[in-house]
Design a protein around this ligand. Structure first.
Ligand SMILES: [Cu+2]
Length: 169
């Protein structure tokens, strides 16, 4: 009887621990639809995009990202300066409690500056996200071309004979 009780107690402590104070922020962020933008060999930078959902009751900040594909990784947003869209480096991307934040072309994104190799469709890119508590989340994403990002695909032309690859969802 004594043994049964202590096993139960231990089990209870473990489940409380995983649900509350010691859970890393990275565990509370769900990443959906991540992708990196295809760029030609001469391009100075690429960018990656994704949807981040915070399922916790606390605000979580993405403060840095790391990747082996480029020299420098920065968090960016776009601002509208008198009708001119400009990119600006920011210190953090804030994901409020129980909220989804979308990183998308023309908005928030993770800039991959100085790619070591061309970033091409068919490859995958790994980006490691770091949150303000130091926890990290590795995201593996496909590379998409600019064309594949257009919302309307009805008039999509298949010029290179590789139609349909990577679009199976
Ligand atoms: Cu940028």
């Amino acid at each position: 009887m004594k043994k049964t009780l202590s096993t139960l107690t231990l089990g209870l402590i473990c489940s409380l621990t995983s649900l509350h104070a010691w859970a890393a922020q990275a565990d509370h962020i769900k990443v959906e639809n991540p992708f990196a933008r295809e760029v030609p060999p001469t391009a100075p930078a690429s960018a990656s995009f994704m949807t981040l959902t915070n399922d916790s009751a606390q605000e979580i900040k993405l403060v840095q990202a790391y990747s082996d594909v480029a020299k420098t990784i920065e968090l960016h947003t776009h601002t509208n300066d008198d009708g001119v869209m400009r990119m600006r480096k920011i210190d953090a991307i804030t994901i409020p409690a129980n909220t989804t934040v979308e990183l998308k072309p023309g908005g928030l994104h993770i800039m991959l500056i100085g790619p070591f190799n061309p970033i091409k469709v068919g490859q995958t890119v790994e980006v490691n996200l770091e949150f303000v508590d130091g926890s990290r989340k590795m995201v593996t994403m496909p590379v998409k071309s600019f064309m594949a990002m257009q919302p309307m695909q009805g008039g999509h032309k298949c010029g290179n004979g590789k139609c349909g690859s990577g679009m199976g969802h």
